[in-house]
Design a protein around this ligand. Structure first.
Ligand code: XUL
Ligand code: CO
Length: 438
């Protein structure tokens, strides 16, 4: 039974190809800076958008035409697993990611819910063994069910905190069983609406307590996945605690969690926070916490998380630039397509087209970024721009030899200060040249 009309496996045909079912830039075996594209990019399909999403929006219902929708309950859950492994095969993608609630329906009790999950995790495990596909990360959905109306780890209701702990405990056990390489915490309801009824200090302390318990339990059961926090400033809550990379870093530092976590940076979350994707990646990289990415893009004209498939080459180039400069590249992380087809792209083949578009955009970004690095384009620019710190007073500042006294004495010499142009327009033109010529 095929959910994708027996679509053949997508192959690389090169940039001249007009075959919609072929890669134009993603050539898994092509070596770039000593590693294959497959190794650099570690693409993953997001279960929630690809198999659980329906195309509904606040103004209208489901539009997606999906073969598995003829089923319900556990049969639907099982059919989605089949569809997932078929799509991974078609796309030649090695990884997938899921929330617990994406893969199995909730029962009337936590026991029933867990039993449903166990069945589906068993089915997934068999498919993984048979196909060699791998779990990039799993996570717990603690935002859809109304019990999380006040939050999960940051709820005002201790019973909900306990429930959330039980849910993550189970998710960690499943992550271990399936050999997940990472485990993600995205705090969908970990935030607040108004300070008028919020104990900000207690909520943040509790969030830290929760994360420490998760670290301890993973250690206890021997689950050695990389733990990741995924920052997002708002939506669904008005103010989310993991607002952006810098805020999350300060939180991890304050609560001694920094040794246990890296960040999963999502493009559309960055722009919602008023940052570029590359800003969030840079902040993470220079602080040693760039762990993985959720690949998508937002819309300049819309103020919410549109989760579009990434097609903007400028953005993928600058993102791959940060990843290539990160120690170990993307490491144990990957490029997870946390992206959904537009509501009007409702045919199953649109899911294939969308992933091809995203994979090609990242592959192209990788090629261009590698060439920018090889040619030392930005190194040259920075060396020139910051040259004043290489010698004289600048070198004294950098080496810690300067003080306000020595700097005042220097400034009082009253030499005319000469500034150089930042040349930004020229630099942007160079990037464009690389994007078109490489
Ligand atoms: C929501 C979002 C999540 C996380 C996992 O905006 O990005 O899907 O990636 O919970
Ligand atoms: Co995400």
């Amino acid at each position: 039974m095929s959910y994708f009309a027996n679509t053949p496996v997508i192959r690389y045909e090169g940039r001249g190809s007009d075959n919609p079912l072929a890669f134009k830039f993603y050539n898994p075996d092509e070596v770039v800076l000593g590693k294959t594209m497959r190794e650099h990019l570690r693409f993953a399909v997001a279960y929630w958008h690809a198999f659980t999403g329906t195309g509904s929006d606040p103004f209208g219902g489901a539009t997606n035409v999906r073969g598995w929708d003829r089923y319900s309950g556990m049969d639907l859950a099982k059919a989605r697993v089949e569809a997932c492994f078929e799509l991974l095969h078609i796309l030649d993608v090695d990884y997938f990611c899921f929330h617990d609630r994406d893969i199995a329906p909730e029962g009337d009790t936590l026991q029933e819910t867990n039993a449903n999950l166990d069945v589906i995790v068993g089915q997934i495990e068999e498919h993984m063994k048979a196909t060699g596909k791998k779990l990039l990360w799993n996570t717990a959905n603690m935002f859809t069910n109304p019990r999380f109306v006040h939050g999960a780890a940051t709820t005002s209701n201790a019973d909900v905190f306990a429930y959330a702990a039980a849910q993550v405990k189970k998710a960690l056990e499943h992550g271990k069983r399936l050999g997940a390489e990472n485990y993600v915490f995205w705090g969908g309801r970990e935030g607040y609406e108004s300070l008028l009824n919020t104990d900000l200090g207690l909520e943040l302390d509790n969030l830290a307590r929760f994360l420490h318990m998760a670290v301890d339990y993973a250690k206890e059961i021997g689950f050695d996945a990389q733990f990741l926090i995924e920052p997002k400033p708002k939506e669904p809550s008005k103010h989310q605690y993991d607002f952006d990379a810098a805020t999350t870093l300060a939180f991890l530092h304050k609560y001694s969690l920094l040794p246990h976590f890296k960040l999963n940076i999502e493009a559309n979350h960055a722009t919602l926070a008023g940052h570029t994707f590359e800003h969030e990646l840079r902040v993470s990289r220079i602080n040693g916490v760039l762990g993985s990415i959720d690949a998508n893009q937002g819309d300049l004209l819309l103020g919410w998380d549109t989760d579009e498939f990434p097609t903007d080459l400028y953005s993928t180039t600058l993102a791959m630039y940060e990843i290539l400069l990160n120690e170990g590249g993307i490491g144990r992380g990957g490029v997870n397509f946390d992206a959904k087809v537009r509501r009007a792209s409702f045919e199953p083949v649109d899911l294939v087209h969308a992933h091809i578009a995203g994979m090609d955009a990242f592959a192209r970004g990788l090629q261009v970024a590698a060439k920018l690095i090889e040619d030392r384009v930005f190194d040259g620019i920075l060396e020139t721009r910051y040259g004043s710190f290489q010698s004289g007073i600048g070198a004294d500042i950098v080496a810690g030899r300067a003080s306000f006294r020595t700097l005042e004495a220097y400034a009082l010499e009253n030499k005319p200060i000469v500034n150089a142009s930042g040349r930004l327009e020229h630099i942007k033109a160079i990037v464009n040249q690389y994007i078109s010529n490489v």
